[in-house]
Each structure stands twice: as C-alpha cells, then as structure tokens.
Design a protein around this ligand. Sequence first.
Ligand code: ADE
Ligand code: ZN
Length: 337
Amino acid sequence: MSVEETIKALPKLEQHVHIVGSTKPETLLWLIEDSGADLPYESVEDLEQFYRYKDFPHFLNIYSTVNCTITKESHYERLTYEMMQSQAGCNVKHVEAIYSAWDHVGRGLDFSLMVDSINRGIRKATRDFGVTCTIRIDLVRNYGPEVGMKVLDLIEEKSDNIIAIDTGGSEEGFPPAPYKECYDRAREMGLHVVAHQGEGAGTDYIWECLEYLNPERIGHAVAAGEDTELMKTIAAKGIPIECCPVSNIRTGAVKDLSRHPIRSFMDHGIKVSVNSDDPPMFGTTMNNEYIQLHQKLGFTIEELFKISLDAVETSFLCVEEKERLLKQFQMEYARLI
Ligand code: ADE
Ligand code: ZN
C-alpha cells in the first residue's frame, strides 16, 4: 500500500465541519433549481469558479449566497446525509457538525423542523455508512449576542442531538467579549463551548476569547502561531485547537501550508485535531487534509494517527464512546502497519 493509501485508510474523527459548507457543486445546482434562486450557474464547472475566494470576507460572502439557496427545512436532510457520506468515504467514524441556525431562522425557516431534518439525514447516514454525528450550533458572531440569546432560547426548547455552541462568521470588528453571557448560559445549559478565533483577525481576539469565553476548544487559531506566550497559555489551559489547514490556505489566513502553525502548536504541547471545515467549498476532504500534512509538512503516518487519537480524546463524546472508538482506531491501525 502506498503512503497515501495508508493515510486514506487511517481511522479519523472530524471535529469541525459546516453542514452548509459541505454542499457539493451538484447539490448546489439542485438547490438553485429547487429554490428558484436567481444565480447564473448551470454546471459543476461554473461552480468550480464560484468556489474560489480572494480572501476570508469573500469566502463568507459566497457562503452566504449558498445559504440563500436553502429555502426549505427539508433541504438539510440531503446536505447532512451527503456530508456524512463523504466523511465515511475518508474513514471518518464520528463527525461533530456545525449548523448556523440563524442564517435560516432569520429568513423565516423553522428551527425545530430544520433540526428534525438534520437528524433524519444523520440517522439515514448512520444506517447506510456506520458513521455517527452530533450537532454544534454556530451563533454566527456578526449577528450579535442578542441573536445568540434567541438561538439559545431555541436550543432550550429543542436540543435533540445538539451538544455544543460556537461563534463563527465574520471575525474582524466583532470581538468575542460581548458573547460572555451567551457562553455562560450555554455552559449552564450543559452545552460544550467552542469559538472560531484567530482565523480572520489577530492574537488580541484570541487573548480576549480566553479571558471572557473560556472555550473548551478553539477553531483555527492560526494567529496564535505568531505569539509564543499565547501558545504557552493555550497549552497550560489544556485547550485543544481544531486545525483546518486547507481552509486556511483557501481563505488566505495562511500564505502556504509550509507556514501553517500546526507543528508549532504541537511543539508547544497543544493537542490538535485536523479538520476539513467546508470541504467542497475549499476543494478538500479529510483524506486530503491528512495527505497535505504528509506531503507539505512531513507528517509521518504515526504522527497522523496520533492526531486521530487526540481528536477522539478531545471530542465531545462520552467516556465510554471515546474508549470504544480508541480501541477501534488501534485495531484498524494495527492491521494497516
Ligand atoms: N462559516 C463557515 N465556514 C466558516 C469559517 N471557516 N470561518 C467562520 N465562519 C464560517
Ligand atoms: Zn469553521
């Protein structure tokens, strides 16, 4: 087996993937047709151009255009099912999927019906491919903390399979501190708390995030690579980082992969996971993320497997599930090498 084939066969856990960001070009064509959206795209080739970005704000703009094609709660079932199908194709055993509820509730869609639709997609994909999935809700920072509180009200009424909250969306100009009450309330509700940070803005927001939001994990955190004190603090607090290497290249958060701080994070004692973020929108998959780390940053199979194990350990699964998955990962690895 080639090194690439072995990497593809490694068992994996995805901690950071957006359901809408997992919309394949052919599925976007179906959404455009089904919703009657006024978009000038008719082929997968057209959409390959559409899925290219000059910077992070441009990516968020395109992402928001894709959001507008979701006009029925039921659309989420297919998006979720296909996301999990692709993940299973990379030997991902468990997914923590991100759903930005207010992107749709703000336009009149029903939260409870969307959650049902997502969970239907999850149940079908688990039955067909064996992969499992839980939901983390992105409050989307640019909507502000008042909307964040409304989303928490919705979760309080219907929490089926929802295990965590997050703040993604725009970063520059939207500091984390105003979200303190949302995060405190989410913790009281028994939810895990994560924050996208240091992706589209600098280290000051990461410091502020640590102080006010006290996240259990940080998404991206690429800016932290410039600040040794910050990396030491993140390590000392035992906060893992959800790295999304190809995403960071596509949005320009990192110039090229050889400059990605993932190794520096690990050298400072921070546990990392490797994730695909918005896979078809960034032309990536979990397999590709791992292969890129091998080809561009010299990660060995052993090191990549250690990342998979750390992703299980720092996941939001219960202790029994973690133990079961760790055993399964070890058994599959033993058969591979
Ligand atoms: N929403 C979808 N993808 C995102 C990303 N990479 N950063 C922030 N918000 C997002
Ligand atoms: Zn993300």
